[in-house]
Design a protein around this ligand. Structure first.
Ligand SMILES: [Zn+2]
Length: 136
């Protein structure tokens, strides 16, 4: 018993502290509050990243001037969006790589509305998740 009490009083090693902190975070992430916090954090990160991309590229379709953000899309100018998504998924790294490129001024992305983006893809016969001959 005395040994147990003595052990409680000792300071944790840095490794034990890290392990304890990770355990607490993991347990918290399993609670409803923790899950909600994770979701808010993810949404907040997504909104900030997308906002920054639109902030640099502009918030309207460069072809027709459409401005409703609900139908605006980030277009891969050289049509390699399918490959890019396949490589990264719709993950944080996907949007991070777009933001980095946009900030670096690499001119690989532009804002198009959904209609102009679809028409461009069709005209250039870009790879899409759908088969063109199924819709025409
Ligand atoms: Zn447009």
């Amino acid at each position: 018993m005395a040994k147990y009490r003595k052990d409680l009083g000792r300071k944790m090693t840095p490794e034990e502290k890290k392990e304890s902190r990770l355990k607490t975070i993991k347990l918290y992430s399993l609670t409803d509050r923790g899950k909600a916090a994770q979701k808010r954090s993810q949404e907040s990160w997504y909104n900030r990243t997308i906002g920054a991309i639109y902030g640099v590229l502009g918030s309207k379709c460069i072809k027709c001037g459409f401005v409703d953000i609900r139908a605006l899309q980030i277009d891969h100018i050289n049509g390699d969006g399918a490959e890019h998504r396949k490589k990264n998924g719709n993950s944080n790294s996907y949007y991070s790589s777009i933001l980095k490129s946009v900030i670096a001024g690499e001119n690989k992305y532009q804002i198009l509305c959904a209609n102009c983006n679809f028409i461009k893809a069709r005209e250039n016969n870009e790879k899409r998740d759908i088969k063109w001959n199924k819709i025409i």
